[in-house]
Design a protein around this ligand. Structure first.
Ligand SMILES: Cc1ncc(COP(=O)(O)O)c(C=O)c1O
Ligand SMILES: N[C@@H](CCCC[NH3+])C(=O)O
Length: 461
């Protein structure tokens, strides 16, 4: 998360926006890095995506809803695959997974990373080839491991000594030799929110490099000879803009790789550097293009291999957010507009923390625009909030909206493809919104809207 996302507000009443937020010259303008590529305003001023106008989308699918620009998603898959060349690009399923997206990711030639039996079930149900699946998780159950072995999952990323023992035992019983990676905690303090940083020492993921657990895990697997140790894995966190964290991570895992070679005579052939590439949530975020990331990461790995006197391993990366995040916007309808005198204007919409928990959970920043019309009114600093019974139910902390925003207007929030529907809840018994893919002038529901019947179906009375 960027420094500006710390949420600091101006002290003076009446201008309670963060210091970085500027009054826009045109409150209707769409800042390109925030929006899926086929989104634009029609001459009349409303949004369109994939050649379909927002009014038609709302008439057919209602609000709130997530709209996926399918061409944008496919283009991002293609850019990562082409830029990283020989590397395997795993789409991180945790960011957003459903059968249609699994099929798209497969058609575009990507691999797939899952981290629970549920995600694995969706991938397999959509016909994704098991050998192109990587299986993560710090607490995979025996049942999940068994399922992965039976399905023939391509890589299992082991995360604890308990798991190594469990998987070794199961593999011997089933006479299998799964390919595994050892997840290494490299001790990098990634510049991101604490809850989404994953490679500092004090946390649940991986084997500590500094404490020697990572070496011991690799050595145990090699010595046992049951699992096929293909390489090491490092994921330093999410929403990272600066490649220096990847540089330190690559150096440290490659040093470990050299240590393993020297101690056991085994030169591991693969290296997975995880995901975490940041995307634009606000005008201040300036993400790197896939091509630039690929060049930097390849260069880092090459020079670190040279230093450690290692052959360059086959690389894998696991972008989730950077592929699906920018391809989606959420559309809401405004229900109430409340000016809390001298403090701020609250614009309440028909969704909230149940469809986007990131603002409440990580203090994340988002942007928004009025979607049903362009307005000539002055920009007004507003806070877009949901309909839940929590004062922390904030969708967009600070954004300029036209001062004439009113009930019935539509608000679109970009950058919601990752970790919004996948982290959605039924808090306050609000049914979760649908995901609608739009392309070439047509829309199709890929995850339908939940109904009250769905909610009641689980309630056995
Ligand atoms: C192991 C692993 N790989 C990949 C990702 C994808 O991260 P992001 O979507 O932030 O790129 C995550 C999530 O943080 C992860 O835990
Ligand atoms: N869910 C998080 C990222 C963590 C993903 C898994 N390690 C986010 O919204 O940014």
């Amino acid at each position: 998360m960027r420094a500006h996302e710390a949420g600091a507000l101006h002290g003076d009443l009446g201008s309670r926006g963060p210091a970085w937020l500027r009054t826009p010259e045109d409150v209707n303008a769409l800042v390109p890095q925030l929006w899926p590529r086929t989104v634009s305003r029609t001459e009349a001023g409303s949004l369109q995506v994939g050649g379909v106008g927002i009014a038609d989308l709302v008439a057919e699918h209602g609000t709130p809803a997530y709209f996926l620009d399918e061409d944008d998603l496919r283009a991002r898959c293609q850019e990562f695959a082409a830029s990283f060349g020989d590397a395997d690009v795993y789409y991180a399923g945790k960011s957003f997974l459903c059968k249609a997206v699994v099929k798209i990711v497969h058609e575009e030639g990507l691999f797939l990373d899952v981290c629970t039996g549920g995600e694995l079930a969706v991938a397999l149900a959509a016909g994704f080839p098991a050998e192109k699946i990587g299986f993560h998780g710090n607490n995979k159950s025996p049942r999940e491991l068994e399922r992965a072995l039976d399905a023939g999952v391509g890589r299992i990323v082991v995360d604890s000594f308990d798991e190594i023992a469990r998987l070794t035992d199961l593999s011997e019983k089933k006479n299998k030799r799964p390919k595994v990676l050892v997840r290494v905690t490299v001790g990098v303090e990634a510049h991101t929110h604490e809850f989404i940083a994953t490679a500092h020492e004090d946390q649940k993921f991986g084997f500590s490099l500094a404490g020697g657990a990572a070496f011991a895990a690799a050595a145990r697997i090699i010595d046992d000879g049951v699992l096929d140790l293909r390489g090491l894995h490092s994921h330093i966190g999410s929403q990272i803009f600066d490649t220096s964290g990847f540089e330190v991570a690559a150096r440290r895992v490659l040093e470990l790789q050299a240590q393993i070679r020297d101690a056991r005579g085994v030169e591991l052939e693969e290296l997975d550097l995880g995901g975490g590439f940041g995307i634009a949530y606000t005008t201040q975020d300036d993400p790197q293009a896939a091509g630039d990331l690929a060049k930097r990461i390849n260069k880092i790995v090459e020079s670190e291999c040279e230093l450690a006197n290692l052959r360059k391993p086959k690389l894998s990366i696991e972008p989730g957010r950077a592929i699906v995040g920018p391809a989606v916007f959420t559309l809401y309808e405004v229900g109430t507009v409340k000016d809390v005198d001298g403090i701020r204007t609250y614009v309440s919409v028909d969704g909230g923390m149940s469809d986007n928990i990131r603002t409440a959970l990580y203090d994340a920043s988002y942007s928004a625009t009025m979607a049903n019309r362009a307005s000539s009114a002055e920009p007004m600093l507003a806070r877009v909030v949901g309909k839940h019974c929590e004062s922390g139910d904030i969708v967009v902390k600070d954004e300029f909206l036209p001062a004439d925003v009113q009930p019935g207007d539509l608000i679109a929030v970009p950058g919601t493809g990752a970790y919004c529907r996948s982290m959605a809840s039924n808090y306050n018994h609000v049914p979760r919104p649908p995901v609608v893919a739009v392309r070439d002038g047509a829309s199709r529901v890929i995850v339908r809207r939940e109904t009250e019947d769905d909610l009641l179906a689980l309630d056995v009375g």
